[in-house]
Write a protein that binds this ligand. Structure first.
Ligand SMILES: *Cc1c(COP(=O)(O)O)cnc(C)c1O
Length: 306
């Protein structure tokens, strides 16, 4: 019988003492959601927990979702399905390429059935209007949108902020990577203090509307969007980004991924260098996980991230 994810204790909150942090005159904390689970990592645990609980209550035993070929969300759903006795189906953007990349071969190894769609088909058939058709074809299933982002997911991410404030920290700034914006919106909903700075992992401008929708308040109030640190767009990168990720690991022991958390921490670094954070302020950066993506990145580009 499928069951929900187990309750978890708060993820660690780590103080980062680095020369550039000291120079900026701020206190920098890293919320280590990457340590929540090795495969259901970071914000994906936060988003899945309330959705899977809901699916169990509704008597579902099959999860269906959508993602790109390196998606952290797909691998997390696959691992959760294996752990909790759900059937899982992943609809993947693009053609099947053999051998499968590390993310997809992990997902398949966890028992996920993969269906590959061309980019244009994928765009159409991931939409909520197309969901009844999936249910007709594949039978009853609980459908999670791409990235796992829906209202329940936003509620789950609110816990990130609650856990931080529960230990007595009153952040002036929260910094978090944004793809669909649901995680940033969840922090907005869960926090009492400070402003959330959502660092866009991609080019394009749908994020502002998405966060506004999920958070229920407009940009510039409890949150703002930080653009200009995407390094060319989603999943694009620069040698400087890779060097920063490797330096950060040497200095702190903490790994960052090149798609989300590397760009987020790079933004914190650049903003601190340019004195964007008020002196004396408390900054909480959120490590949303995603480290499974490093293997696929290194396979494509050479072992750049250590
Ligand atoms: C999926 C993911 C994100 C993006 O989260 P959204 O809620 O879609 O904005 C950020 N960081 C990591 C590591 C992720 O895997």
């Amino acid at each position: 019988m499928p069951r929900p994810l187990p309750p978890i204790s708060p993820s660690p909150l780590q103080r980062l003492r680095l020369p550039w942090v000291e120079r900026a005159g701020i206190a920098l904390w890293l919320k280590r959601d990457d340590l929540l689970h090795p495969h259901i990592s970071g914000n994906k645990w936060r988003k899945l927990a309330p959705n899977i609980a809901h699916a169990v209550r509704q008597g579902h035993c099959h999860l269906l979702t959508f993602g790109g070929a390196y998606s952290n969300h797909l691998t997390a759903v696959a691992a959760a399905g294996r752990l909790l006795s759900f059937r899982t189906t992943g609809i993947v953007r693009g053609e099947r390429v053999e051998p499968l990349n590390p993310s997809l071969s992990f997902a398949e190894g966890q028992g996920m059935r993969l269906h590959f769609l061309s980019r244009s088909e994928f765009r159409l058939r991931k939409k909520a209007e197309a969901w009844p058709e999936w249910q007709r074809r594949l039978g009853p299933c609980y459908i999670l949108p791409e990235g796992g982002s829906n209202d329940l997911a936003v509620q789950g991410c609110a816990d990130i902020a609650r856990e931080v404030e529960a230990v007595g920290i009153e952040p002036d700034y929260w910094v978090v990577a944004a793809g669909t914006g649901a995680t940033a919106a969840g922090i907005v909903r869960g926090k009492r203090h400070g402003q959330v700075w959502a660092v866009s992992a991609l080019k394009g401008d749908f994020l502002e509307r998405a966060i506004e929708h999920f958070a229920g308040c407009p940009c510039g109030t409890h949150w703002r969007l930080v653009r200009g640190y995407h390094h060319g767009g989603f999943a694009r990168w620069t040698p400087a980004l890779v060097a920063f990720i490797n330096d950060f690991r040497r200095a702190t022991g903490v790994r960052l991924d090149p798609i989300y958390t590397g760009k987020m921490m790079w933004a914190v670094y650049r903003l601190a260098l340019s004195s964007f954070f008020r002196v004396g302020s408390e900054v909480v950066a959120v490590h949303t996980g995603g480290l499974q993506g490093i293997a696929g990145f290194n396979e494509r580009f050479g072992v750049l991230i250590r």
